[in-house]
Design a protein around this ligand. Structure first.
Ligand SMILES: CCCCCCCC/C=C\CCCCCCCC(=O)SCCNC(=O)CCNC(=O)[C@H](O)C(C)(C)COP(=O)(O)OP(=O)(O)OC[C@H]1O[C@@H](n2cnc3c(N)ncnc32)[C@H](O)[C@@H]1OP(=O)(O)O
Length: 218
């Protein structure tokens, strides 16, 4: 057994990286519940920090002080870095938001072909004029649809394409509703669709294709 230098995954000597097996292994929480709670609370705090920072007007001294504090935190984490399978960030599959701050937290139930959830974007995700950045909306759709598939009983797959339509400005700081569904399955291909609403207004919708990974496919 050796370790893939890039991903940190354990591989049989000479064996190629297996994407399906790696995704299946990631469906289990990466640590005990107490660590999961502490880690989730930490990522929610980070999310709040990013939102406040993105909306704050600070002076030169404040910016320099923050930089120094962030540099200290970074250096405390150096040396604790691990490979992808051991990573905690975003891998708390038993918790809403999964312990990440890349996109807003949401929760969908296990084992269903369609799901609705609520989600709130903060100022970290503003593009301009208090509208959510289009890339952040696409990222939410990619994650939500990928996660819906990962939680279904279908084998692991990966996004082949995702098309997003921006129908109306998506507001920041208010609760939005997302609806995601697996529309049909054709061999290894899974077609999915999603919609993001603010009340009765459709802010954005998306459709995409996920392709099931073949055994042994990276
Ligand atoms: C999903 C992960 C779940 C993880 C769970 C872990 C724990 C929790 C953590 C987190 C979960 C949250 C969720 C995360 C969400 C993020 C997801 C991403 O960001 S994924 C990264 C971005 N996507 C890529 O990097 C793909 C790169 N592309 C590929 O790897 C390949 O192109 C792949 C697998 C998509 C397809 O390649 P082939 O070789 O397997 O298949 P071929 O033969 O090309 O296509 C099969 C069929 O699909 C059609 N097809 C393929 N690509 C197409 C396209 N772009 N448009 C239209 N058709 C396409 C083909 O025409 C073919 O159709 P015919 O069988 O002939 O009918």
């Amino acid at each position: 057994m050796s370790t893939d230098q890039q991903t940190g995954h354990a591989t049989e000597a000479g064996a190629p990286f297996d994407g399906r097996a790696a995704i299946e292994a990631l469906m289990v929480a990466p640590g005990p519940p107490a660590l999961g709670s502490a880690y989730q609370a930490m990522t929610e705090e980070l999310r709040g920090f990013l939102d406040v920072l993105a909306g704050a007007a600070i002076d030169t001294e404040h910016a320099a002080r923050l930089r120094a504090q962030l540099a200290q935190m970074t250096s405390r984490l150096r040396g604790l870095e691990v490979g992808e399978p051991q990573r905690l960030w975003g891998h708390w599959t038993d918790r809403p938001g999964r312990g990440q701050a890349l996109i807003p937290s949401y929760d969908v139930p296990k084992g269903s072909l369609e799901a609705s959830a609520t989600v709130t974007f903060g100022r970290f995700h503003v593009g301009e004029n208090m509208a959510v950045h289009g890339g952040a909306i696409s990222m939410l759709f990619d994650d939500l649809l990928g996660w819906l598939l990962a939680r279904s009983d279908l084998p692991p797959s990966r996004t082949a394409f995702l098309t997003t339509n921006f129908r109306a400005v998506t507001p920041v700081g208010v609760e939005l509703t997302v609806h995601a569904r697996i529309t049909h399955v054709e061999g290894r291909k899974r077609f999915l669709a999603a919609e993001l609403r603010h009340g009765d207004t459709v802010c954005a919708d998306a459709e995409g294709l996920w392709v099931e990974l073949r055994p042994g496919q990276p």
